[in-house]
Structure formats: C-alpha cells, structure tokens
Design a protein around this ligand. Structure first.
Ligand code: ZN
Length: 80
C-alpha cells in the first residue's frame, strides 16, 4: 500500500474537488486516480523513485504521468 504524501489542506481540497473523489483513497488502494485525470487502473509499477514519489503526490500511474509530461512538453514547445 502506498502512502499518500502530506499536502497543505487547501491543495488537498483542490485536488479532491478536481478529481471528484479522493486522491488519497486511490493511492491507498494502489490505483490511478479516476478519469479524466487518470485512468483508474492499477498503479503498481514505476520507472524510478521519482515517478513513484510523483504517484504519492498526484495519484497518477506511470502511463498517466507520461501522458501529462508529454502534454506539458508540447505546451512548452508551442509557447516558443
Ligand atoms: Zn493511470
């Protein structure tokens, strides 16, 4: 069972609102957060310790983290 990282209550509230259900609930069950943010699938395998730590913050599995990263890279490129 993964341990959800501690966050400021305001951020916690924002994330919970954003996700529609509790991020902590998903993390405690080793699941990805539900769609549309995540995929709701199992979140057990991570590429490295950074990704694993990311999961305790965002509740997103490796696949979803990769997708967000790709999206952010594209947005950063389009800005220039
Ligand atoms: Zn996912």
């Amino acid at each position: 069972m993964a341990k959800p990282a501690k966050k400021a209550p305001e951020i916690e509230k924002f994330l919970t609102k954003l996700l529609g259900s509790s991020r902590i609930d998903a993390i405690e069950k080793d699941l990805c957060v539900p769609a549309p943010i995540g995929c709701g699938g199992p979140a057990k395998f991570f590429r490295n310790a950074i990704s694993e730590r990311d999961y305790t913050l965002s509740g997103m599995c490796q696949t979803c983290q990769d997708q967000v990263q790709a999206l952010m890279d594209r947005m950063a490129r389009e800005k220039h």
